[in-house]
Write a protein that binds this ligand. Sequence first.
Ligand code: OAD
Length: 261
Amino acid sequence: MRVLVLTGAGVSAESGIPTFRGKDGYWRNLDPTRLATPEAFARDPQLVWDWYRERRQRIRNAQPNAAHEAIARLAHHAKDFLLVTQNVDDLHARAGMPAQKMVQIHGDIFVTRCSRCDWRTELRDADIHNIRGHIGLAGACPSADGNEQEDVEHGIPTCRKCRALMRPGVVWFGEQLPWNELQRVEDFLDGGACEVVIVAGTTATFGYIIDWALQGSPECLRGELIEVNPEETPLSRFATRLVREPAAIALPRIVNEMIRS
Ligand code: OAD
């Protein structure tokens, strides 16, 4: 079985992570689709970092739900499998999804990278910027393991190599998708049509999500295109099966059916 799964924020909703466009998505009355932009960062990096720090903390406290677990189970059963997630959280990985079968096309919230050069760092266990920012100090700051050093200026991390501001390692609106990750999706799609494409928990606002779903499941080959979403989306009219239920309820059932058949 060759399977492509495309996920969005709705898959993590039942783990308590607010979606971008849902009613809980607003933060301090600000629209997340306006915060996740290079313009917002240029205007007010402190505000954007505050938002990402809170999101990191919320994700650390969250647990994968039955939808993440079902997708990971499917990944282990299918012969050829790729998950392309727009989610920057680590809940798919924590549910057991192997890294080589997953593409985080909008990046990883736990990566911090330089806004100018190629320097990047991952701080999963403790957000040291938070601590440093909180006490309002500038300068080198030891990380949780005492080895890595991070420089922080007024609560905003700065690059150790070039002193520019560090930023979250995610893709913002209007930015290019990461080339390597894009290539991995294209290589998988070039490898042949899928028996099943599942699109779960995304508004499919980006053209490339629709393109990949359709490319993975060409009409002429009669593959299944399953949409799991309580709401209608631009992809709904192409789906061969519409499942209007929360992902954590629908996906375990769909995956069980697929594994049994
Ligand atoms: P959105 O917030 O746009 O959409 C969430 C989708 O999940 C909606 O279609 C909901 O109907 C659906 N949904 C909500 N609860 C659900 C549940 N329990 N089970 C299944 N579906 C549910 O999030 P995305 O489509 O992921 O990009 O957004 C795509 C991208 O736009 C994000 O990665 C981000 C955002 O702005 C960037 O930052 C570049």
